[in-house]
Write a protein that binds this ligand. Sequence first.
Ligand code: ATP
Ligand code: DNN
Ligand code: MG
Length: 253
Amino acid sequence: MHGLFVTGTDTGCGKTEISLGLMAAVQATGPSVLGMKPVASGCARGPDGLRNDDALRLRAQGSSKAPYGLVNPYAFAPPIAPHIAAGEAGVEIRLPTIEQAYRTLAGEADQVIVEGVGGWRVPLGPNLFVSDIPKALGLPVILVVGLKLGCINHALLTVESIQGTGGVLAGWIANQVDPTMLSRDANLATLAALIDAPCLGVLPWLEAPTPSELVGYLHPELIDLQPRHAAKLATTQTRTEARSDAGTGKRRA
Ligand SMILES: Nc1ncnc2c1ncn2[C@@H]1O[C@H](COP(=O)(O)OP(=O)(O)OP(=O)(O)O)[C@@H](O)[C@H]1O
Ligand SMILES: C[C@H](N)[C@H](N)CCCCCC(=O)O
Ligand SMILES: [Mg+2]
């Protein structure tokens, strides 16, 4: 397995903190890891162009310093829904561009952790959604559940969509974004009972979360790609490679 795709129940649910924590957890066991944020809205313009905080943090946590343009091929200034930002910038977000950047990163590290943008069904263009990215890259998905009132509904709808459309849900991670949440443990028990995938960690609300602090709460070793799931990912990947080869006119050996 070359990577994971991190999605969440919403924007602000903790995808970046957890992606960084997962990178640190993998690095602690030896393998090299790079981070990727294929599409980012909410970027500052600097001397080298548009830069997004999530992408900069993922890049900095990487085992080597990948070119920014590979970590974040699509960067948009306004902090708004990405398809609207792309439309305003006159840019079409294209899967083959994301695939190419991902393949280059995957060639440089043992693992690539890819953070989505917003939640699972955020549109990226007229016929493209965030949910298409892990399918194109052949990646299993980790769902970050931002623990707050309302998260059960958001989590179950997201799980239904991932699993109902042929995605592989490798696990979910609960993240307490609301320090005052009532009945936290009962909510966790409900999520555990209703989500058909392992819980890979429960993060409390932390004053100033750091990747190394998060490692203690995360259990990526519980990711168990059963043979049927691995086969599903392999099929997706082969189909995607064939499609992108067709797009570039390359012939498969
Ligand atoms: N467990 C936690 N304890 C305290 N603060 C947290 C926790 N998890 C996340 N945060 C904070 O909540 C905010 C949102 O988290 P984060 O940026 O990781 O969300 P996200 O899902 O990546 O958002 P986006 O959709 O913008 O990419 C950040 O300020 C982050 O530091
Ligand atoms: C600006 C923010 N931090 C994210 N980059 C974008 C979140 C898009 C959410 C779109 C939506 O679901 O309505
Ligand atoms: Mg983020």
